[in-house]
Design a protein around this ligand. Structure first.
Ligand SMILES: Cc1ncc(COP(=O)(O)O)c(C=O)c1O
Length: 435
């Protein structure tokens, strides 16, 4: 199967809907991609004009099992018919308990779980839990990080100042450290160590830090894969000072990198891990999974009406079943295959400065010149637009990277199709520069 797109995009029906969207929806929504979605099946998405796209963005790294996976559809339909909502915070039921047991088991046991509805909400809960447990005021996070846009989560987020513009003051007491980026700084771990030492010496007493929040691979910030040893180093620093290590696996978790959690690659155990996005194949669910010893907060100290919604929980069980039945392995093998093909493409197009990733979380960074590595956001934007016109759904990330985060059901053949389309897009966009 191949994508098929009738230009120009958006088509007539989509255009009319974009007009209505513009008139009634919040102006804070991100727009600029020319697709008005109608339905999805597997890794394919159709828009309202009948254009068919190969999806390499999965609703921002969410649709783990693709669109309308029969096992997920069945689980969700059966649960919707049985029980939709009774507020898990007040009246529990077996599926949520079983999911918490399952998630704790994935970390080797000894963890408790708080269910929410979104990544942001999970991060907020983790901040509160860390404060409550340690009674310490400060937090650490990283430049380039994305943790959400509510007031607390936004205080950690530092991927783009536009997210903060006009919203100050935020939660005080957050310091940002340099995220090691091997493409730009070969000695990133050393810079980080020095940054930490300086921070602890001059501004923030280590013993007053409640928690350090970190993405094992930086997502929104540019799909940056840090050097090996990064998380182990953070674990050591946190252990030394009694700081809680909070892994934000909202984007990296649920098998996307070829492991259930990306931190497994380093063998690092978190104090708290936050999952959302891919956990329930597109149904709203987040899980804050924390060491049993941290659970000193009393009944009612934190809660939410919809958290652990039974339909989302059913989708999560079906998603975990499918991950365990081979999807996670597929993410690892097809991801490696796709990376190999993309690296070959890099040989033809040097301004594709960096190809990086793990499993099916892959970043392509575009630069003005491979020697200077100057970021080229305009080039990235052009390539992204051209990909859409060719029927390939992709997204930007960071100043000049493009992210590939397809459903984990992607086959090698579909990966080949994606690379062919991307190669065509690159040829067309970069041709004028060659001449
Ligand atoms: C790493 C990370 N943390 C937190 C969030 C916030 O999640 P949500 O948009 O579900 O609130 C995101 C969203 O992109 C994310 O990528």
């Amino acid at each position: 199967m191949k994508p098929s797109v009738k230009l120009p995009l958006p088509g007539p029906k989509a255009k009319a809907l974009f007009e209505r969207d513009k008139a009634v929806l919040s102006t804070s929504n991100a727009r600029g991609y020319p697709v008005m979605a109608e339905r999805g099946q597997g890794v394919w998405v159709w828009d309202v004009d009948g254009n068919c796209f190969l999806d390499l963005m999965a609703g921002i790294a969410v649709n783990t099992t693709g669109y309308a996976h029969p096992k997920v559809v069945q689980a969700v339909s059966e649960q919707a018919a049985r029980l939709q909502h009774l507020c898990f915070a007040v009246i529990p039921s077996e599926p949520q308990i079983a999911l918490a047991e399952r998630l704790s088991g994935k970390l080797g046991g000894g963890y408790r779980v708080f269910f929410g509805n979104s990544g942001t909400e999970g991060i907020e809960a983790a901040m509160k839990l860390a404060r409550y447990h340690t009674r310490r005021p400060f937090f650490l996070a990283f430049s380039g990080s994305f943790h959400g846009r509510s007031m607390g989560a936004l205080s950690l987020t530092a991927s783009n100042s536009k997210y903060r513009k006009g919203f100050g003051n935020l939660v005080p007491g957050v310091s940002h450290l340099p995220y090691p980026n091997p493409y730009r700084h070969p000695d990133g771990l050393k810079l980080l160590r020095e940054g930490l030492d300086s921070l602890f010496q001059h501004t923030v007493p280590a013993e007053d830090v409640a928690a350090l929040f970190v993405e094992p691979i930086q997502g929104e910030g540019g799909y940056i894969v840090p050097p090996q040893g990064f998380l182990r180093m953070l674990r050591e620093v946190c252990d030394e000072h009694g700081i809680l290590l909070v892994l934000d696996e909202v984007q990296t978790g649920a098998g996307r990198t070829g492991r259930f959690l990306a931190a497994e690659y380093e063998g690092v155990k978190p104090d708290i891990v936050v999952m959302a996005k891919g956990l329930a194949s597109g149904y709203p669910l987040s899980a804050v999974i924390f060491r049993e010893e941290l659970s000193s907060w009393p009944s009612g100290a934190h809660g939410t009406t919809f958290g652990g919604n039974p339909v989302s929980v059913a989708a999560a069980h079906a998603t975990l079943d499918l991950l365990e039945a081979g999807l996670m392995d597929n993410a690892a093998t097809v991801g490696e295959y796709l990376m190999g093909k993309l690296r070959m493409l890099q040989g033809r197009f040097p301004r594709l400065g960096d190809v990086r990733g793990m499993g099916l979380m892959i970043g392509l960074e575009f630069v003005a010149d491979p020697q200077t590595k100057t970021p080229d956001p305009a080039l990235r934007d052009k390539v992204v637009q051209r990909c859409y016109e060719k029927g390939l759904l992709v997204l930007g990330a960071g100043p000049s990277a493009m992210r590939l985060a397809p459903p984990l059901i992607l086959t090698r053949e579909e990966a080949d199709t994606a690379v062919e389309l991307l190669a065509e897009a690159l040829e067309e966009v970069l041709e004028p520069t060659k001449a």
